[in-house]
Design a protein around this ligand. Structure first.
Ligand code: PLP
Length: 294
């Protein structure tokens, strides 16, 4: 397996980062996870836009421009012979002496890890996954904006630990006001009164790329979509619920806390539409240019 480290591909055994890296010491850095279908990185421009937004919000200089990152991504996929994969792109502040000052670091550390994508168990889609509402609250937007896709995941990890203790697959968090926000690695949707509901960005969430596409697909399918403030009870009384992210796509909930849900028609429809969108995107990108990064 080859890893892209800073400016070249290296065997994974040689892909090492300093213990003085501020990503390791302080969680000072950002990342993106992308999915590759048939050799094409899905929604690459959207992911790179969000990466540069995260960088701007923490004052981090990414050591490559957009074409350079695209080239590095596709080189990594090629070196590993991957067509259906997930890719994690991490940019940390880099290494420097101990101390919080970002200027102690001379330059960012840039890493791409790509690996084969293994499908989630079929039952996750057929019967749905187990969700729970954690007592750990989502970071206050004004303290650590969840729109920064940062290496600081302790908030989400604390919620994930709660999920594991409750025998659930994913934890949902509410914000300081008690309104639903998102999962530890996903956005949440539910269906009530013939409308698709999801917490608004103002609730303090990462504006998932899958979330935006699913909102668009729902609207294009003639469904009403409501973004707003909702409490856990709204969710528990829903007809159906599902979560979204880049690797899970649209995954239905089978249980939330003690309440059981059936995989609903809306989740099935949106998953089908999502897959059609992926197929169309891949066809278009492959037809567009001989080199996918140009
Ligand atoms: N919310 C959080 C906290 C996440 O970490 C993620 C993905 O990692 C998402 C939502 C979903 O985002 P996307 O659809 O862009 O993968």
């Amino acid at each position: 397996m080859f890893i892209y480290l800073n400016d070249k591909l290296v065997p994974s055994s040689e892909a090492k980062v300093s213990v003085f890296d501020h990503g390791f010491l302080y969680g000072d850095g950002i990342y993106e996870t992308m999915r590759v279908y048939d050799g094409v990185v899905f929604m690459l421009d959207e992911h790179l836009r969000r990466l540069f937004r995260s960088a701007l919000l923490i004052g981090l200089d990414i050591p490559k421009d957009v074409p350079g990152i695209k080239r590095a991504l596709y080189e990594t996929l090629k070196a590993n012979g991957l067509a259906d994969a997930y890719v994690r792109l991490t940019v940390s502040r880099g290494y420097g002496p101990i101390g919080l000052d970002p200027d102690l670091c001379k330059g960012a550390t840039f890493v791409i890890i790509a690996n084969e994508f293994k499908d989630y168990p079929h039952a996750y889609y057929a019967e749905g996954i187990r969700l729970m509402v954690a007592s750990t609250r989502r970071n206050l937007r004004e303290a650590l904006n969840p729109q920064i896709k940062s290496l600081n995941f302790l908030n989400n990890i604390l919620a994930k630990i709660e999920a594991k203790k409750a025998d659930a697959d994913e934890a949902l968090m509410v914000n300081a006001g008690g309104y639903l926000t998102e999962g530890t690695i996903s956005n949440i949707f539910f269906v009530r009164d013939h409308a698709v509901h999801t917490p608004s960005v103002e609730c303090g969430i990462l504006d998932g790329i899958t979330r935006s596409l699913v909102i668009d697909l729902a609207a294009r399918s003639g469904l009403a979509v409501r973004e707003g403030e909702f409490v856990p009870d709204d969710l528990l009384q829903a007809e159906e619920a599902f979560i979204t992210n880049t690797t899970m796509e649209v995954m239905p909930a089978g249980r939330i806390d003690g309440v059981h849900f059936k995989t609903g028609e809306v989740a099935k429809l949106l998953l089908k539409k999502y897959k059609e969108e992926v197929n169309g995107y891949v066809r278009e990108k492959k037809g567009e240019s001989p080199s996918l990064w140009e």
